[in-house]
Design a binder for this molecule. Structure first.
Ligand SMILES: Nc1ncnc2c1ncn2[C@@H]1O[C@H](COP(=O)(O)OP(=O)(O)OP(=O)(O)O)[C@@H](O)[C@H]1O
Ligand SMILES: [K+]
Ligand SMILES: [Mg+2]
Length: 689
């Protein structure tokens, strides 16, 4: 196998810095190509400008004596279309640059595929070497230390430390393990230690990363619902202005005036929302690019955009808010129970338990001197999120040992005719209050005591939740754990609300309930028990480290497996909405002002009374029109950086942001053209036009 690691993280940062020059060159060529009718029609506002350009050119050639002015108008109109095309092309070219560096991680890898009828895991004869591109979902591949994971999938055997730098840019190795909520692996990452068997999850070319690459390249980009709505609105406005301008000659006829057709075209182009029409596609593409820069893979632009409107964030506790590597740290036997008795039962109940909880219990018991056993007649019961218990039946069911959540074990013991004592409740409470998870161990109809499982809240989580609150997002933690542990972790993490002892169905129900109340819900999770909820949520962000079920169910995957990452996604979504709103406001306000430059010029000869409208006092009617058109064209490239970077964003409620933007972009949008058109007019006059 190759020994050069593709370092996408560094490559991406490097290429983004250098990319802009190249992106601009590509975009210049693309903006001409986008003049083709099939492309042009996708953007109705700009398509009207293109038609106006052709009409102006015809008039220029057909009407004698209009060469200079007609030629200038035609040129400026063509420039307007090209600049609008350029805005979209530049965003697309940047996306392609980003995608290229992502693709570097997907090189031709060789996989060791297990043969189906082979003995299983021996190196001789039971595996074949195939190119990664030949792998199919369900294939099992073996990956050893030093080798690359050939495809996205889930570890079904073993555990390993993995360097994910090629994909995430983060060089600290991560631990991935079969049977846990950290079983997910991604193609192009490198196994550092041990050997794992991975079940391939995706058809070649259809992994999450492949889909994201297609999205940022613009190939499969679809307009988001908001974008479609705005495009329709802009098209309707354009149509209205078209009708207004078309009826002007008839109106002018009543007062005996004839109107210059070139001026009518200029008026139309100034009135229709060309600025936002030109920048709209770039804003959408830039949003996807920003999500990718944050190491978030989204299945659609819609998901990113909806994130901007989210009202409630639902999170799973273990593995999402906490590190999730719950380790047994103490045994607490009840009065009258020998410490060894509890240790033995806890160990027997955990011998076949592959979860971190189970393994750590065996480890703790052994470290306290408990000899490892291998009972002959044992039937193991695996842990499930529904039963919230695990254990073993020995001697043909004569001895039933269980461990699990307190309420589950209580019901189990009572069903067998046993009782739970106040002492157990007190034990459980002490452990839970500290934020640890108490597992109750029972043997037959007796509860023996409590195993303390410790987990750690991820650092920086509470600050991020505070930021969410500032943006008006409520955070709710839903956990299968008991209410007291949940309360302690909820307080430490700073969530607004929590729900404990929840089954996967409860998680799903809670999300439905929030949605029924008209709220948009985001869910962050990693486990198979989170999958239904991830699928139901409006925004389902799965941890990349999580199970394949979780990653398939969500509509986004965070490569860094950081639950607080949703904050960044929300910011990207919000920024996209705000940028679109601000630039629409600016564009419409602009158009109002241009009206004051063009109307006096249009009626200068016929209706001298309209001179009161001539607040700008421009040098000549033809200069006034040209100045307005030139401003109309140049404002598009001037706003490209803003459209790509997004308008400045502070955590605040939607209304506050809206009010502020209306003021800045609305008032600014009215005032700026007056100054700019006046300046352009002065320049034109100085040039002797
Ligand atoms: N291996 C296990 N054996 C027995 N009981 C377990 C085991 N693992 C967890 N439990 C108990 O089952 C409860 C529910 O577990 P589940 O995985 O559904 O949720 P969780 O991991 O506690 O929380 P979250 O839903 O936030 O990830 C745990 O709180 C614990 O009491
Ligand atoms: K305009
Ligand atoms: Mg979990």
């Amino acid at each position: 196998m190759n020994d050069t690691t593709p370092h996408l993280g560094t490559a991406r940062r490097h290429s983004l810095a250098a990319a802009d020059g190249a992106a601009i060159r590509v975009a210049l060529i693309e903006s001409v190509r986008k003049l083709a009718p099939r492309q042009a029609i996708r953007n109705p506002v700009i398509a009207v400008v293109l038609l106006g350009t052709l009409l102006a050119a015809l008039i220029t050639v057909a009407m004698p004596g209009r060469l200079a002015f007609g030629g200038a108008v035609t040129a400026v109109l063509l420039l307007t279309v090209l600049l609008a095309n350029f805005a979209e092309a530049v965003a697309e070219a940047r996306g392609r640059g980003q995608a290229a560096s992502l693709r570097a991680a997907r090189r031709d890898l060789v996989a060791r595929r297990r043969l189906e009828d082979g003995p299983g895991d021996g190196p001789d004869g039971s595996e074949e070497r195939v190119p990664a591109a030949a792998l199919r979902p369900g294939d099992h591949v073996v990956v050893s230390a030093g080798e690359f994971v050939p495809a996205d999938g889930e570890i079904v055997e073993g555990m390993a430390t993995i360097n994910e730098a090629a994909v995430t840019g983060e060089s600290a190795p991560v631990l991935r393990e079969a049977g846990t909520d950290r079983s997910g692996v991604i193609g192009g990452t490198r196994v550092l230690s041990d050997e794992i068997v991975v079940r391939v999850a995706a058809e070649p070319g259809h992994s999450f990363l492949d889909r994201m690459i297609a999205l940022v390249e613009g190939a499969s980009r679809q307009k988001t619902p908001n974008e479609v709505a705005l495009t329709m609105l802009l098209a309707a406005m354009t149509l209205t202005f078209l009708v207004v301008v078309a009826t002007l000659p008839a109106l002018a006829g009543f007062v005996g005036a004839t109107l210059d057709p070139l001026l009518l075209i200029a008026l139309l182009v100034c009135l229709i929302p060309t600025t936002i029409g030109g920048l709209l596609p770039a804003i959408g593409i830039a949003g996807m690019n920003r999500a990718l820069s944050a190491n978030v893979l989204a299945k659609s632009g819609k998901a990113v955009e909806i994130a901007g409107d989210v009202d409630v964030l639902v999170l799973d506790k273990t593995g999402t808010i906490t590190h999730g590597d719950r380790q047994a740290t103490a045994f607490h036997p009840l009065a009258g129970v020998d410490a060894g008795q509890l240790r033995e039962a806890a160990m027997l109940a955990s011998l076949a338990d592959p979860t971190p909880e189970g393994k750590s219990i065996v480890k703790l018991a052994r470290s306290q001197g408990q000899p490892l056993q291998d009972p002959a007649d044992a039937r193991y019961m695996q842990f499930s999120a529904q039963t919230r218990m695990s254990g073993v039946d020995l001697d043909g069911g004569a001895r039933v040992i269980r461990k699990g959540a307190r309420d589950a074990i209580e019901r189990h013991v009572q069903a067998r005719g046993g009782q739970v004592t106040a002492e157990l409740a007190a034990r459980v409470e002490t452990v839970a209050r500290s934020g640890a998870t108490p597992l109750v161990v029972s043997d037959g109809r007796h509860a023996l005591g409590v195993v303390e499982l410790s987990d750690v809240v991820k650092s920086g989580v509470s600050e991020r939740f505070a930021r969410m609150r500032a943006m008006g997002i409520r955070t709710v933690m839903i956990t299968g754990d008991n209410p007291l542990t949940a309360a302690a972790i909820a307080a430490e993490a700073g969530v607004d609300d929590y729900i404990a002892e929840a089954t996967p169905e409860d998680k799903l129900a809670r999300i439905r309930q929030e949605q029924a109340a008209g709220r948009l819900v985001a869910m962050v999770g990693d486990g198979t028990n989170d999958a239904p909820a991830l699928a139901q949520a409006d925004v389902g962000l799965a941890m990349n480290s999580g199970t394949q079920a979780a990653r398939e169910a969500g509509n986004m995957v965070d490569l860094d497996s950081d639950p607080a990452k949703l904050l960044e996604v929300v910011e990207v979504g919000k920024q996209q909405l705000i940028t679109r709103g601000a630039l629409t406001t600016f564009s419409l306000a602009n158009d109002v002002s241009k009206y004051f430059a063009i109307l006096p010029a249009l009626f200068a000869a016929a209706l001298p009374q309209l001179a009161v409208l001539d607040v700008m006092q421009l040098s000549s009617p033809s200069n006034a029109v040209l100045a307005a058109l030139i401003f109309n064209a140049l404002v598009i490239p001037a706003l490209i950086p803003l459209a790509l970077a997004g308008v400045r964003f502070r955590p605040a409620s939607a209304t506050t942001l809206l009010r502020r933007n209306m003021l800045v972009y609305g008032v600014g949008g009215v005032l700026l053209p007056f100054a700019a058109i006046k300046l352009i007019d002065l320049a034109l006059a100085a040039l002797g036009a």
